[in-house]
Design a binder for this molecule. Structure first.
Ligand code: G6Q
Length: 523
């Protein structure tokens, strides 16, 4: 188990005395120049983490001891990684990387090669479909929830600077009727394509919203079959091409939260950006997959980021991580990462079914900078809990227009704020007035890219997917299932039946739900 590893014991010792970033002899320009690694157009600057070379060496040993890279290799080759040994579990390969592996033709393991071939068929189908509908639709509504919503939505919002001017995308996810109604009020359904995304084809929210929109179309005298597209698992209850203009497939070896580069995100992103824009996202993701697989431990961007996260979580005992993109386009990216990380690594047993005696995934949250600076940064600078930060920034803005105001461009002001926060959090500031004292030693790192475009967005998405997977590999947990969401789903369906029974005034099996529904039905 993780906690018994030799390198873990060494790291525990080292954590008794982490480096002091408030010491000007420690945190200086030499350190900033040294503590950087590069790949796929990104640089990871980690001088403001509380690590010394000894700590880094012990972290690299930890990656070796946990066989992190071997597991990454096994995952990308199609081995059964989604498994709890000795217990009933999903028992599946984990092959989201195969969804974007069709650029060159290297030797591939048969399982991965088969998955790539299937993905290629769907991609070609999408290309033909988009040609067929050219000029027919101005808007697209994607209906889906969780993994069938968050990733595609975050990516679409991030890429609005590159979208076709004649097209617009909307999302409906919540079963709250206000969600569907507010979107339906914004579009002309006659010119709207509706993409229903559900891997299982059974999700209450998605099926309800699909029917909601279908009914509205029928009421307007439109034929839903001419507007509705399905993205679902083969043979799922939604796999009924007779009801849809087109049907696209995904497979059980692509987890919901890892599915943005499959057809789950593909139909919407290609509609908005054109097929070439979607292809660029896939290229960027593929190049980061390759980097995660082949770069040595000390220069491997997602692996080093995973290790720094483990240092903060397991050795400095910091329970949350804030991801702060200094890029307005990444507005919803933290929400995607929240699911990706917390659903993957929010686990209390390891892959042998044993309860772990160490901390696993932290609470992930975040908002774009500089906006966050004017709200929750107070706690980050002076609160009683230390919050490690992962900053994401870009040298250039997405739109070409920028303006020199007071002798600097807005992009320069944005980056100045990012760097200022990184330094301020690391070094702090002494002051005789306790209310103006900054203790410093708030760990943070910066992932710096050139410009947020489709290629770098794909790479960024894959960077985080592999950071999460690497942490799971090192902790020895299964990052690819989500049993923790089941109990609530089962109970919700009991409540739904109870609502129906109460409204129709018929008997229903009694359970704790009766007490709650009294608040709805009894005056
Ligand atoms: C993601 C989860 C979950 C899932 C949704 C939607 O990894 O499995 O968020 O994506 O529950 O599921 P369907 O796509 O099956 O509707």
């Amino acid at each position: 188990m993780f906690s018994q590893m030799k390198s873990v014991l060494k790291l525990k010792k080292l954590a008794e005395n982490p480096v002091d970033l408030t010491d000007a002899k420690v945190f200086n320009s030499e350190r900033i120049h040294e503590m950087v690694i590069k790949g796929v157009g990104f640089q990871l600057l980690y001088a403001a983490e509380r690590v010394s070379q000894d700590v880094l060496n012990a972290l690299y040993d930890l990656a070796k001891e946990a066989k992190a890279k071997e597991k990454m290799m096994a995952m990308q080759a199609g081995a059964i990684m989604n498994k709890i040994h000795g217990f009933e579990s999903e028992n599946r390969s984990v092959l989201h990387t195969a969804m974007r592996d069709f650029f060159e033709n290297p030797q591939r393991e048969p399982e991965a090669a088969k998955a790539t071939e299937k993905a290629r068929v769907e991609f070609k189908k999408l290309e033909r479909f988009l040609e067929k509908i050219e000029g027919k639709f101005s808007d697209l509504i994607q209906i889906g929830i969780g993994g069938s919503d968050l990733g595609p939505r975050a990516l679409y919002i991030a890429m609005q600077a590159f979208q076709r001017p004649d097209r617009k995308v909307h999302f409906i996810s919540n079963v709250d009727p206000d969600d569907a109604n507010s979107i339906l009020n914004q579009v002309d359904l006659k010119k709207t394509l509706v993409v229903v995304v559900s891997k299982s084809g059974t999700t209450l929210e998605t099926l309800t919203n699909e029917e909601f929109v279908r009914q509205r179309m029928l009421k307007m005298g439109l034929n839903p079959k001419e507007h509705f597209v399905a993205v679902t698992g083969e043979k799922s209850p939604m796999d009924d091409p007779s009801k849809y203009l087109a049907s696209f497939y995904m497979w059980d070896y692509v987890g919901g939260r890892y599915s943005a580069t499959s057809m789950v995100g593909g139909v919407t992103l290609a509609f908005a950006l054109g097929i070439s824009g979607f292809l660029e996202i896939l290229k960027g993701a593929h190049d980061m997959d390759h980097h995660a697989l082949t770069a040595d431990i000390p220069t491997n961007l997602p692996l080093v980021s995973a290790l720094l996260g483990i240092w903060n979580r397991n050795f400095l005992h910091l329970p949350t991580v804030a991801v702060i993109p200094y890029s307005q386009a990444l507005l919803r990216f933290p929400a995607h990462l929240q699911q990706l990380d917390m659903e993957s690594n929010g686990k209390r047993i390891d892959q042998t079914g044993t309860v772990v005696d160490f901390s696993t995934g932290p609470v992930i949250w975040g908002e774009p900078g500089t906006n966050g600076q004017h709200s929750f940064y107070q706690l980050i600078h002076q609160g009683t809990d230390i919050v490690p930060l992962e900053f994401v920034g870009f040298k250039k803005s997405q739109y070409i227009q920028d303006l020199e105001i007071e002798k600097t461009l807005s992009q320069e002001k944005l980056l100045s704020n990012l760097f200022a926060q990184s330094v301020a959090l690391a070094t702090g500031k002494k002051n005789a007035n306790p209310n103006k004292t900054f203790l410093g030693n708030r760990p943070n790192r910066i992932l710096l890219g050139e410009r947020l475009d489709p290629y770098s967005l794909g790479a960024l998405l894959s960077f985080y997917e592999h950071k999460v997977a690497y942490q799971g590999f090192i902790w020895g947990i299964n990052s690819f299932d989500q049993e923790g969401v089941q109990l609530g789903k089962v109970l919700a369906s009991k409540f739904v039946s109870l609502f129906q029974a109460k409204r129709q005034k018929v008997e229903a099996p009694s359970f704790i739900g009766d007490a709650y529904l009294d608040f709805i039905f009894k005056k």
